[in-house]
Design a binder for this molecule. Structure first.
Ligand SMILES: NC(=O)c1ccc[n+]([C@@H]2O[C@H](COP(=O)([O-])OP(=O)(O)OC[C@H]3O[C@@H](n4cnc5c(N)ncnc54)[C@H](OP(=O)(O)O)[C@@H]3O)[C@@H](O)[C@H]2O)c1
Length: 277
């Protein structure tokens, strides 16, 4: 479908990458975030209309810093529909079904109320280690703290999520379905620590912590307590082996295989350099 694409979370891991890929493909797009011009803020509905002006499709990212943003997101989508937006592509997460908690509420709402939608359900991002909440302790302590135990995850590169989003946003046909996006290889956080260690030339350790300690760590990194506890619960499902499942969706949507963790780690060696060293 053609027309202007609004990318919410436009300064975030997938949004920034998607904007780059849309620009390279010559697709008209607009970034939406509190740091954009005009500024877009999920919790300030007065900022929504300017962002939606002339928009045909929206990429929806639930803001991790807002406690329970799901009702707000439904109001935003309804308002976008009234302004003529036709297509919605929502970033949910693997393991969260339509009608389930959190993102599952927006997924179900789209199913019930939109006739041109897609939901992307990615596994955990590789970039959590290079831009996200694991980065500081890798740099400062040579440690990754998690409550994932020996559970394995098919980590995905946000570049592949953005490529899948681009494919779905610009597809001539409507999708009206969900896509579970994963990398090709499941691995434990012990293995992640080993690969990051090999790329940056230091021994990096994976330190197991309890679910409560994981939530506390996320709160200290600025997440609202409810979001932190929800994420810690999600990580506990990894420990229970529930995330260890790969799919072909990245290949199907983008025509190429997903990036490997090894390639990601080699490309990011400099990011993990010791602070001051
Ligand atoms: N990380 C993972 O492994 C993973 C896995 C599966 C699914 N997900 C989902 O991916 C989504 C993004 O998570 P992330 O951690 O990767 O974050 P992110 O997209 O890197 O960053 C969050 C984005 O939200 C924007 N934002 C935050 N508060 C906002 C507000 N009040 N109004 C407007 N924009 C706001 C931020 O922009 P400004 O600060 O510029 O406003 C930023 O662009 C979440 O819904 C998460 O559940 C993440």
């Amino acid at each position: 479908m053609s027309g202007l694409i609004l990318v919410t979370g436009g300064t975030g891991k997938t949004g920034r990458n998607l904007l780059m890929q849309l620009q390279q493909a010559g697709v008209p797009c607009r970034a939406a975030s509190r740091h954009g011009v005009p500024s877009f803020d999920w919790v300030q509905p007065a900022t929504w209309d300017a962002a939606l002006e002339g928009v045909a499709s929206v990429y929806l990212v639930a803001p991790p810093t807002v406690n329970n943003p799901y009702d707000l997101m439904q109001d935003f989508i309804a308002s976008a529909m009234r302004k003529g937006v036709r297509r919605f592509v929502f970033l949910s997460m693997a393991g969260l079904p339509a009608g389930g908690p959190a993102h599952g509420q927006v997924h179900q709402w789209l199913k019930d109320n939109s006739d041109d939608w897609a939901v992307l359900c990615p596994s955990a991002f590789m970039q959590n280690f290079s831009q996200g909440h694991y980065l500081a302790t890798i740099r400062e302590e040579d440690r990754i703290y998690s409550n994932t135990g020996m559970g394995r995850v098919p980590f995905i590169d946000v570049n592949d999520i953005a490529a899948a989003a681009l494919a779905v946003l610009t597809a001539p046909a409507r999708q009206n379905t969900e896509f579970v996006l994963t990398g090709d290889e499941s691995m434990s956080y012990d293995r992640v620590a080993e690969l990051i260690g090999q790329s940056c030339g230091r021994r990096i350790s994976h330190i197991p912590v309890s679910n409560d300690e994981m939530a506390e760590r996320l709160i200290k990194r600025g997440l609202p307590p409810a979001t932190a506890r929800f994420l810690a619960f999600g990580y506990a499902t990894i420990a229970a082996g529930m995330a260890d499942r790969t799919t072909d969706a990245v290949r199907t949507l983008t025509g190429r295989p997903p990036a490997t963790f090894q390639t990601f780690a080699e490309a990011n060696a400099d990011v993990w350099k010791r602070v001051g060293g």
